[in-house]
Design a protein around this ligand. Structure first.
Ligand SMILES: *Cc1c(COP(=O)(O)O)cnc(C)c1O
Length: 449
């Protein structure tokens, strides 16, 4: 049996085709040629394994499409109609206008990143953000690293290497993406001593477990799950009494870095870093891109003696935060200093949007697209490993169609990519997670349906 090899064009004839010629205007000839060669080899291999009818035009079409997709601009903006405010897959917290401007300043030319302009001497890239964090939380000192996973790893390595860390059995958990507390402890050179049971741990359990080899007590916020019913965990205050008596540090991973009281919006109260510090934790860890509403970063707050020790650890240099994230974090924290977080930080604008306001926006869509959509009440969630089980009543639009998943594909691949939810075979867009100034973009996409 003869196979279809003769339909495979040569590298040169592919290069000369109109489609590929237009790619050559944009991209390196050498790299395009190399990709063509790779694809043709692959096609040859495929045909030798399974004879398939494929002609030269189809091959050229396929190659130009894959090259275009491989090298197109990235990232693409998304209209988030999922109702999930913090979604790791779409970049967690969107930044405020001021934070974006700060990021541009940091990227554009040189800056006073690590230089004191009044003296001309070398300074620390940490100090400006450190000041804001200490002012906002009452902590003595702070250090900023790449994310909370690194923050915890670094903190444990610097404070408790070779020692035992006591953790409640209910908090020895996986935080997400394979970040497991027991594994992190092991990597940091500390060892884990679990106390209590899955549902109940008492202050006395921690007390009884303390030995000369204890390096710290650690508590970890259950940020992505909830144990309900017959449960008990000692408070930060209770734990800090024990650690003070034994002269060991109390470490607290609060997860989300929520600086505002989330209960004012009907959500479960998320632990707040300033409360953790006030209640006696010696070191407090959290993310900057969850309920803080800033860039990816990990923040370690606490007593100066411990933060100094952490800053001097060799891993601190390896985990150093980059200048653009640091600048956007500074601008985000300034919103809290100016008491304007609710108005200026996108995730807090979303959380604080009222049902009336969201319904009004839905009604405007209904007027514009009377037969295409229906107004429906929806439920938004925080997501991103924050406030599990906590929900916000919201409003959205339901788009009429006879095939919701096809519609979802179409909107996802729209010029302004739109994500929504499919519930009971209908496609829903929750308006809470779409900033109101993007309603026009959404309307433009709906016009095309
Ligand atoms: C999310 C989370 C982390 C990990 O934070 P990243 O910034 O994503 O690395 C660690 N601990 C807790 C409790 C969390 O909720």
């Amino acid at each position: 049996m003869t196979k279809n090899f003769r339909n495979i064009p040569s590298v040169n004839s592919v290069l000369e085709s109109e489609k590929i010629q237009s790619l050559l205007k944009m991209y390196s000839t050498e790299l395009v040629t190399e990709l063509i060669r790779k694809h043709l080899n692959q096609i040859r291999k495929d045909i030798s394994e399974k004879d398939s009818k494929i002609n030269a035009d189809e091959i050229i079409e396929f190659i130009s499409k894959t090259i275009n997709e491989r090298w197109d601009e990235w990232p693409k903006n998304i209209l988030n109609g999922t109702g999930v405010i913090l979604h790791t897959n779409i970049g967690r917290a969107p930044l405020s206008y001021n934070a974006i401007q700060a990021g541009i300043r940091a990227a554009n030319g040189y800056t006073n990143l690590e230089i004191d302009l009044s003296t001309g001497k070398r300074g620390s890239r940490q100090s400006k953000v450190q000041n804001l964090l200490c002012d906002l939380t009452g902590a003595e000192s702070a250090i900023i690293v790449n994310n909370n996973a690194t923050a915890v790893t670094l903190g444990l390595a610097a404070i408790s290497k070779g020692k035992e860390i006591i953790i409640s059995r209910s908090e020895s958990v996986e935080i997400g993406g394979g970040f497991r507390i027991p594994d992190v402890l092991e990597q940091s050179g500390a060892s884990l001593k679990e106390v209590g049971t899955t549902n109940k741990t008492y202050a006395q359990d921690f007390k009884n477990a303390i030995s000369p080899n204890t390096g710290a007590i650690m508590s970890i916020h259950a940020s992505n799950f909830k144990i309900i019913g017959f449960t008990s965990t000692p408070s930060t205050k209770e734990l800090s009494k024990i650690t003070q008596n034994h002269n060991i540090p109390l470490l607290h991973d609060v997860g989300s870095g929520c600086l505002l009281d989330s209960s004012q919006f009907g959500l479960t109260k998320e632990p707040m870093p300033q409360e953790s510090i006030a209640d006696g934790s010696d070191i407090c860890f959290f993310s900057a891109d969850k309920l803080l509403g800033g860039p990816q970063a990990g923040i370690i707050l606490g007593k100066k003696q411990y933060i100094d020790k952490i800053s001097q650890h060799p891993l601190a240099r390896a985990y150093r935060i980059d200048k653009i994230n640091l600048a956007t974090l500074h601008a985000t924290l300034l919103h809290y200093i100016k008491n304007e977080a609710l108005e200026k930080i996108p995730i807090w604008q979303m959380i604080a949007s009222t049902e009336e306001n969201l319904k009004e926006r839905a009604e405007k869509f209904k007027i514009q697209f009377p037969s295409l959509i229906e107004i429906i009440p929806t439920i938004s969630t925080i997501g991103g490993g924050s406030l599990p089980g906590s929900q916000l009543d919201s409003f959205g639009i339901k788009i009429n169609s006879n095939n919701a998943s096809k519609l979802a594909d179409k909107l996802r691949n729209n010029k302004d990519s739109i994500l929504g939810r499919i519930e009971k075979d209908t496609f829903i867009i929750d308006l809470r997670t779409i900033p109101y100034d993007q309603d026009d973009l959404l309307a433009n996409a709906l016009k095309e349906l």
